[in-house]
Design a protein around this ligand. Structure first.
Ligand code: MN
Length: 496
């Protein structure tokens, strides 16, 4: 048993409420249901699905999610207002996150009220919510700047009036583990306490862990650390920290973490920072020669957790830092047989590419290896012509004429944009020779400006085989087409 924490730590995920308050993020009820379903499946205890008072769409989301029969508790954010509480109850929420400003700053400047008035509102709301059959989590907003004696008084009376749980909100991210050690223990003696942290100074995760160590029993989190301003405590980071650093078993299905992160990123439109802990693109990617060498021999040398644990795979990329070991490993994976001399030459050519600022994709490596080994690669697909049209008041449309295995094929397709149309028509045209899927699409501008060289990287798959391919042009569409055709040719190799 882990003595640092209470026995059954709980997770309240607020991706759909605080996370949705990330500037620019808005989810419709069906998208919310999709995320909520995944959150429940992965093992989150409570899902804060939105703010009942915000809009009709928010209320629809509460209804749809509470009707879905998920294993998690369906919670909604409310202010100390009868109408908010009625919305929560009428639309089927199990519980409310009842938020009351508790710092004098918030009470005076935001609410323009007195401590007495705000406390009364809080307690009356607790009583009313209980009369409507709701589970109540009474939450102190800006609690870190509140007079802690006042906070304890509001909470104790709130619990006497029926509140089931309490929450300490570090609304602006001003807590420290030192403050937590003195603020949190008295509150946990009143009722089960949640901790809600923000990452304005990068302390959200550390503060959350400190609060759990101080006796809090539930952590408020968001997927990918979304949330107002700099965001909330990231779910994936907290789960993995508790497991790896503290040996605490969370009951979360960790192998689904990456999938959840991608789903949330896709539906919210907020990209994952490339170097984000656990779920960023680079979190399990190795390029540097010595590190890649170590990881190939023994992953634990340069990895704190195994990527498979959270449903990911390790990636070794090649570039100017690459050493012989990682190039050899990559060549072996691609079934090339090379001697020492040839590997040396391949490494040299990769470093030259890397020095000119380029990423080295699988197809680049294959092209280099083919050249060094003097292997003749006959492309399955050749492009004869390519046209794309797009503009206002029209659906982007692409047409292409390809020579596939010596046969001329012409096709057309529409898409969400000109690049999408281009990708669609290429996939459609080769469908007869192989079911090729576009797994990832990534653009880098090599320099600033509208005339910059654009590097497009695509990840394509066919029957479980995955390949990355690159195209570089000043024309983003042609760069995409080039990357796509190079990758397709590699995947279709030998199918002629
Ligand atoms: Mn918040």
């Amino acid at each position: 048993m882990n003595v640092l924490f209470v026995k059954n730590l709980r997770f309240l995920d607020t991706t759909l409420r605080d996370g949705e308050q990330t500037p620019g993020v808005s989810l419709n009820p069906n998208q919310k249901l999709e995320i909520a379903t995944k959150l429940a499946d992965i093992g989150v205890d409570v899902i804060e699905v939105g703010s009942a008072a915000a809009s009709e769409g928010e209320r629809d989301a509460i209804k749809i999610i509470s009707d879905a029969g998920l294993s998690a508790e369906c919670c909604t954010y409310v202010r100390a207002l009868k109408q908010d509480i009625d919305f929560a109850a009428d639309y089927g929420a199990d519980s409310i996150h009842l938020v009351i400003p508790v710092s004098d700053l918030h009470i005076a400047k935001k609410m323009k009220k007195t401590r007495e008035q705000v406390s009364k509102m809080a307690w009356d709301s607790v009583e009313y919510a209980k009369s409507r059959g709701l589970i109540v989590e009474l939450s102190g907003e800006d609690a870190s700047r509140a007079d802690q004696a006042f906070l304890q008084y509001v909470f104790a009376e709130g619990v006497r009036r029926g509140a089931d749980r309490l929450c300490f909100c570090d609304t602006v991210g001003l807590l420290t583990p030192e403050k937590i050690a003195s603020f949190i223990p008295p509150l946990t003696k009143i009722a089960p306490l949640s901790i809600h942290c923000h990452d304005d100074l990068g302390f959200a995760l550390a503060n959350t862990v400190a609060a759990l160590k101080a006796g809090a029993s539930c952590a408020h989190v968001t997927v990918n650390g979304l949330g107002e301003r700099a965001g909330n405590t990231p779910f994936e980071e907290l789960v993995m920290s508790l497991e790896v650093l503290y040996g605490y078993e969370t009951r979360i299905k960790k192998e689904e973490i990456y999938h959840l992160a991608l789903l949330v990123s896709r539906l919210t439109g907020v990209p994952l920072p490339v170097n984000k802990a656990i779920v960023g693109e680079m979190a399990f990617t190795h390029e540097s020669g010595i590190h890649a060498h170590g990881v190939i021999r023994e992953p634990s040398t340069y990895e704190s957790i195994k990527p498979e644990q959270i449903g990911r795979r390790r990636r070794i990329v090649l570039g100017k830092h690459s050493g012989t070991a990682s190039v050899e490993a990559a060549l072996q994976e691609m079934k090339y047989t090379t001697d020492e001399h040839q590997v040396k030459e391949i490494v040299a050519r990769i470093k030259t590419l890397g020095d000119s600022g380029k990423r080295v994709s699988d197809t680049d490596l294959m092209a280099i290896a083919d050249a060094v080994l003097a292997i003749e690669c006959k492309p399955v697909i050749k492009m004869r012509q390519f046209t794309v049209v797009s503009g206002s008041n029209m659906i982007p449309t692409a047409s292409v004429t390809l020579i596939v295995n010596g046969q001329e094929l012409t096709g057309a397709a529409t898409g969400d944009g000109p690049v999408d149309a281009a990708m669609q028509v290429l996939r459609k045209s080769v469908a007869a020779v192989g079911d090729i899927r576009l797994e990832e699409y990534h653009v880098d501008a090599i320099s600033g400006g509208t005339d910059a060289l654009v590097e497009v990287t695509v990840r394509l798959s066919k029957d479980g085989k995955i390949i990355t391919s690159r195209g570089a042009r000043t024309d983003i569409i042609m760069a995409s087409v080039e990357a796509m055709i190079a990758g397709m040719n590699r995947l279709l190799e030998g199918t002629a």
